[in-house]
Ligand binder design. Structure first.
Ligand SMILES: N[C@@H](CCC(=O)N[C@@H](CS)C(=O)NCC(=O)O)C(=O)O
Length: 218
């Protein structure tokens, strides 16, 4: 039976994980369609018809096709009524984090993870060491900023978890998978533990398993 939500993406994509985590935390089941970059599925006309930028994730729901993980998180918070806020001040704070994440946190971690995938021969790319150092330095700077902002507070935008936390967490979860030593940031570590204790929480590859990535209903 088809589920209400259909998520197109990859288990290796931190952006796909953000949307999958939100749906799972909200106890919404979804069909998962694996978009294999190795097989060039992201370049097929069928996929390009769904994703104008040829990127994952894409979420289909109620006849709508949505892309950009942060925009999808906002859509889900509004549609499902969880991890958002009815308070305008809190929504502005959440949005600050969504934009900061897209600008400063997600890109260098995505770069670092790409380097680790290439090292494991899962991506046919060779990185210049100067580029690798640049990704690492930018990731360290962003993670340090996140750590500093989490001093004395439990969550990013308000006193409970919101899509701001889910968005940033999706990237932070891929930092140790990229070989980044997370023990340097105590406040960040405590926040990671709080996120991991949310009811129904799952780590990236427990939520979206490669083994059954081809067609899967969660
Ligand atoms: N800003 C986008 C980034 C999505 C993104 O970069 N996805 C990667 C996979 S992790 C992708 O589809 N890359 C293929 C491409 O950019 O051509 C979002 O938040 O959804």
């Amino acid at each position: 039976m088809a589920h209400e939500f259909k998520l197109h993406g990859s288990p290796h994509s931190q952006f796909t994980y953000k949307v999958a985590l939100m749906l799972h935390l909200c106890a919404r089941s979804f069909d998962f369609r694996y978009v294999s970059f190795q097989k060039g599925v992201n370049r097929t006309p069928e996929f390009r018809a769904l994703s104008r930028w040829g990127q994952v994730p894409v979420l289909e729901h109620s006849g709508r096709v949505l892309c950009q993980s942060a925009a999808i998180l906002e859509y889900l918070a509004e549609t499902i009524g969880k991890f958002g806020s009815t308070n305008a001040e809190t929504r502005w704070r959440m949005r600050e984090w969504l934009y900061w994440d897209a600008d400063r946190l997600a890109p260098p971690i995505s770069g670092c993870y790409g380097v680790s995938l290439a090292a494991r021969k899962l991506l046919p790319l060779v990185f210049d060491p100067a580029i690798v150092a640049w990704y690492r330095q930018r990731a360290d700077t962003a993670l340090s900023a996140l750590d500093a902002n989490l001093a004395g507070r439990d969550f990013l935008a308000t006193d409970q978890a919101t899509i701001a936390d889910i968005c940033c967490f999706g990237d932070v979860a891929f930092a140790p998978l990229s070989g980044i030593d997370m023990s340097r940031w105590a406040h960040l570590g405590a926040w990671v533990a709080r996120m991991q204790s949310l009811p129904r929480f799952k780590e990236p590859f427990d939520l979206l398993r490669m083994a059954d990535a081809e067609v899967r209903a969660v």
